[in-house]
Design a protein around this ligand. Sequence first.
Ligand SMILES: [Zn+2]
Length: 375
Amino acid sequence: MNKEARIKILQDIVKIKSVNDNEKDVADYLEKLFTANSIKSKHVAYNETRHNLVAEYSNGEGKVLGISGHEDVVAPGEESEWKFPPFSGQIDGDKLYGRGSTDMKSGLAALAIAMIELKNEETDFNGTIRFMATVGEEVGALGSTLLAEEGYADDLDGLLIGEPVDVAAYTHKGSLNYSVVSHGKSSHSSMPDEGINSITNMSKFIQRFNKEFNKVTNDYTNDVLGTVAASVTIINGGDQVNSIPATTTVQGNIRTIPEFDNTKVKELLKEIVDELNQENNVDLELKIDYDLNSVESDKDSDLAKAVLAHTNAKTGGISPVTDAAAFTQTDNQFDVVIYGPGVTTLPHQLDEYVSIEDYLSKIEEYKAIIKEYLK
Ligand SMILES: [Zn+2]
């Protein structure tokens, strides 16, 4: 494929407004591209408008390498504040602008093109490349969870995800969202004893939460990822200044590490709530809203070695959660590396762009990595 064709594909995909929906349009585009290059692909639908796409190309009975990227993007924010409209794919010098240009339509396009070119150039390798484009990565890994449930990760030997990461990341933190509701009883504020103050009871939870998770932070560290990060981030309670508040809710996010994983976090949250509920008039209700584990693959895996051999990247860890968290929920153990084009500080920002040179060079690097891993 020539340079212009490679750039046009990225531009076309950036123009598709797949803001937390409509990934089917991206899947349709990629399907057409694969079909034009005699590669079979299949839609795996999450719902009517949200489709994953899986494409495979086999050359021999060797290893199976998954290559994956997400089709969804986050909302552009105030569109008028962008230098160029966020879904224009406008090019200015070496920069291609647009929501998703960095996170991660450049990675997605580069992986698809690498696979197509390896086929068209009749590159000699032994194994299967399985391209997986996913939906809803930004809102809880909806697509990768579905693909994992349907068995697409069961025979993988390796998984390369093209998120905008400039290290060969083999590990990342997990993420868990929780909410707690404090149920009380309203009364007039002149007679507080007639009611049950849900804010007072919630403050007990918050104090206990902070104390317990401070201890976790002190006691558990991962050499690469650091410590657990636990916060209360939303609080709502009370509705009238002269009424004892009947209901208070909090929500929060916890970033986990393998040494203190999501299971342990859930146990600790339950323990705090159960203990406080022993007290008179305390009625707390815990809910887990989002639950993705950390990822820890072999730092010296064949896939990590292949990435190091053909790029300037070093191995490392990252904080954000990726689709790897869902793909690795199966019993099958496989190598994971996250590495791809883009400006690592730009995801979810105004004026998101990708360097065209970076994008084009990642296509070459992906081809070399895939060829090496499936040699
Ligand atoms: Zn992303």
